[in-house]
Design a protein. Structure first.
Length: 225
């Protein structure tokens, strides 16, 4: 299923969310302007590489990469997928938290997602990159704030596709379940590369928990529990 939009209008312009999307796009355009060998060096230098966290001399640099890795993407599909989710779900979360709190929440979710990946990564020498850990935190907050919102989704039924509305708690719940099952499976068969499932899992869980403390005071939601 591919999400297209939700049915919850924002009350304020999502300046932080829009800025994050634009910044990710600009950095990606810079990435693809580099020769492939230099691009791979950028991923290793600024991505989250778990072994740096097991060496005290490298730990400060490892902590630095928890931030820089959030703005790197491995290809167009990686970037477009992440930015689509951020565009659909981030504006409402920013609306609920306020601009500054949302920015702090986004980076904190990304950092905690990166640390989760460090703990569970099967191979400590492969860099993890992408905004998906932070965006998973945004999904966790959206799941908490707007469980009964509806997500317009493209659903595939064999050779046919349909445009259907899916409740947010179902859409995001299925998404998280897939991440969890994939993460557990990756541990059992020791997959070294590919998708950083545990960053998604950690980002979502921490996002859902932290969102309780980031909601603006006196902000009333139609869908909150």
């Amino acid at each position: 299923m591919i999400p297209l939009r939700d049915d919850v209008p924002s009350r304020r312009y999502p300046i932080i969310n829009t800025s994050l999307i634009l910044l990710n796009i600009l950095i990606f355009l810079w990435e693809i302007s580099l020769p492939l060998v230099y691009r791979e060096n950028v991923f290793f230098k600024y991505g989250v590489v778990p072994y740096r966290f097991y060496n005290l001399s490298l730990l400060p640099y490892g902590i630095f990469t928890l931030f820089t890795s959030m703005f790197l993407h491995g290809g167009w599909s990686h970037l477009i997928g992440n930015m689509l989710y951020l565009y659909i779900f981030g504006d409402n979360v920013e609306d609920t938290m306020g601009h500054f709190k949302y920015l702090v929440f986004y980076f904190l979710s990304g950092i905690l997602a990166g640390l989760t990946q460090v703990i569970f990564a099967p191979n400590p020498y492969i860099p993890a990159i992408g905004a998906s850990g932070a965006i998973a935190g945004v999904l966790g907050a959206y799941f908490r704030y707007y469980p009964r919102a509806r997500i317009l989704t493209i659903a595939f039924f064999g050779w046919f596709l349909e445009f259907i509305y899916v409740p947010a708690f179902f859409y995001i719940g299925i998404w998280f379940l897939l991440q969890l099952l994939s993460g557990l499976f990756s541990l059992m068969i020791n997959i070294s590369g590919g998708i950083a499932w545990w960053a998604h899992i950690g980002g979502f869980v921490f996002g859902a928990i932290l969102s309780r403390f980031f909601r603006r005071k006196r902000y009333w939601l139609y869908y909150y529990f």
